[in-house]
Design a protein. Structure first.
Length: 216
């Protein structure tokens, strides 16, 4: 029987060390399986996620209780499957790489990237709140930062930039609200959440815009 641990406490130095190693491994995986498109989108999201962990450690912010966070996390995660479905049926795996002058992903690669990621996000959350493996906050935080906030920002940008529908746009719009709710619950700070949105946009939008313009 799985028992959720209500009070997880704060991050420790060892959690940051292990999380940093995990971030490095995740980064290598993204580069290997996704190439330049993921370097320009996933890697900044990963760095921001790791930065938030250090922020929580330095500010001695306690992780949220399981009761307040776990249902919210998996409710948002359920929406991600609808987002993945919209991307899949509208050809995101071909249009997304083409933005950066890269070859289209095969269906197998696109599904593999997402399914391995979803496995890591969900197992990470369960492990944090059942086994107190707090270093696994990193993959679940990456889902919040990129899977929700990043998707809201980038999909909206692509529609504005190209003045046309971009695969995944409609379901990504819900993340403007859902991402804010989930991250502010996790950080216990609306201000830090607003800043996270701003940092992501300031870093990623100019980066992907420059590369897209270069390849047009």
């Amino acid at each position: 029987m799985i028992t959720l641990q209500e009070n997880i406490g704060t991050l420790k130095k060892k959690d940051l060390i292990i999380a940093t190693i995990i971030a490095f491994i995740m980064g290598l995986f993204f580069i290997y399986i996704g190439g330049i498109p993921l370097v320009l989108t996933f890697i900044p999201g990963l760095i921001i996620s790791l930065g938030l962990l250090y922020f929580m450690y330095n500010k001695n912010i306690e992780l949220p209780t399981a009761k307040s966070f776990v249902p919210l996390f998996f409710a948002s995660f359920a929406w991600q499957f609808l987002h993945f479905n919209e991307e899949f049926v509208t050809g995101f795996y071909t249009q997304f790489p083409n933005l950066f002058g890269a070859r289209a992903y095969s269906v197998e690669r696109f599904v593999t990237i997402n399914m391995i990621s979803y496995f890591a996000f969900s197992v990470g959350c369960v492990a944090v709140f059942t086994k107190r493996l707090k270093f696994l906050v990193l993959p679940m935080l990456f889902y919040i930062v990129y899977g929700m906030i990043g998707n809201a920002i980038t999909h909206t940008w692509w529609v504005i930039f190209h003045k046309d529908y971009f695969p995944g746009f409609f379901t990504a719009q819900f993340y403007w609200v859902l991402g804010f709710i989930v991250l502010s619950t996790f950080l216990k700070s609306k201000k830090a959440t607003f800043i996270t949105y701003g940092i992501f946009a300031v870093i990623v939008i100019p980066l992907i815009a420059f590369v897209e313009l270069y390849h047009t």
